[in-house]
Design a protein around this ligand. Sequence first.
Ligand code: ADP
Length: 442
Amino acid sequence: MSPMLGTVTQILGLILAALLSGAIFDAMPWTISVALMGYLIWQLYQAHRFSKWLESSEPAQTPANERNDIWNHIYRQVYQIRRRSQRRKQRLSDLLERYETSAAALPDGVVALRSDHSIGWFNRAAGEWLGLGQRDLGQRIDNLVRYPAFIRYLQAERYDEQLKLVLPGRGDLVLSMQIIPYGGDQYLLVARDISQIHRMEVMRRDFVANASHELRTPLTVFAGYLETLIERFQDHPSLGPALIQMQRQTSRMRQLIQDLLQISRLETLEPGQRDNPVNVPMLLERILSETRSLSNGAHTIDSDEIDTGLWLVGNEQDLYSAFANLLSNAVQYTPSGGRVTASWQRVNGGCQFAVSDTGIGIPSQHISRLTERFYRVDPGRSSSVGGTGLGLSIVKHVLRLHQASLSIESVPGEGSRFICRFPENRTLSHKQDAVRTSDTGE
Ligand code: ADP
């Protein structure tokens, strides 16, 4: 029997009993009224009992009995819903506990941040490294972790980038940090201890810098004596060519050492350390004139697309190295009669410097590796044009310091295009330049 039918049968039974007793005692209106009143009171009592049962935090066994009425049915339904939700809650809290225990044991630091960058949760490693305690839950992380580089990183919202943070006074702890957005407007700050890697990197850098530095003096002496010897034996049939060859190789070694020292210096720097407004159009004028001398009339060197009102916030010396390297490569890897074009203009989201040539081009499988040190597509050709294999590596480091990116497009046999894209916050229009320049007292 369905619960509804059970309830209807109960009501019908009650009415029948009221009618019968009314007929027996000849007080029909009274018996019916008493029956209805009794039924109403019973229903109210059931409703009260139900509400009390709902209020209890634990879904205790249903207080209902074996009756098959609508109340019993409601109790059973609600009881099942409550049991299901309790089981789900238990599963979720087990899951959360497991997640928190495993995340707490991670060697990496993890901080869960809310949309306003307030701290929702953090694990043991993050607490230790960043000096966070339980009292800091709910506080904004930028009020607690006050390193300027960290605050800049948080504000920049460039979440695909990582931040390398050296924590002074914490045993030279070096962290690599990244913010990962999740669930719409929440963030996970993940920190990794890279002190060991950093120490090794510094050692490697110092070694290269020291070795290059030490080699510089003997090479200078060597080059000096070679010059004297060449003056004396230039016309000697066997000694002359050998000495000239030695001089060429010595000057290559000097260039190599100079490039290695430059890379070592660039590696130690961080973006924004030595920035000033740079008059890029003027800088390009100088580089283009040097490129024309290098080409010695063998190429057409174009500079039509130069925005003369566009400056850049950066380091002039470094930008000179990068742009000059790209232009000299274009000349060196373009046969005589070819064309080299430089452009400097605004683009969506910033500005770009591009060098195109109609040279030998680069097969696509080499493109992603070109900025590696000493990577050459054709080592023989690179050496014959006097290349050290470090030019594009210098370009990559300079662009890193300017938060810029390098993209390379090339078709073998047709030519190449190297594009350096700078972000909007580094571009300056001519008017701003004047203000900024006078601000810095230049
Ligand atoms: P290198 O001193 O050998 O020129 P770079 O780091 O400047 O070293 O360049 C790395 C390699 O990339 C070069 O050896 C050359 O094979 C290739 N390359 C660079 N620029 C060009 C270009 N404009 N056209 C063709 N190949 C290029």
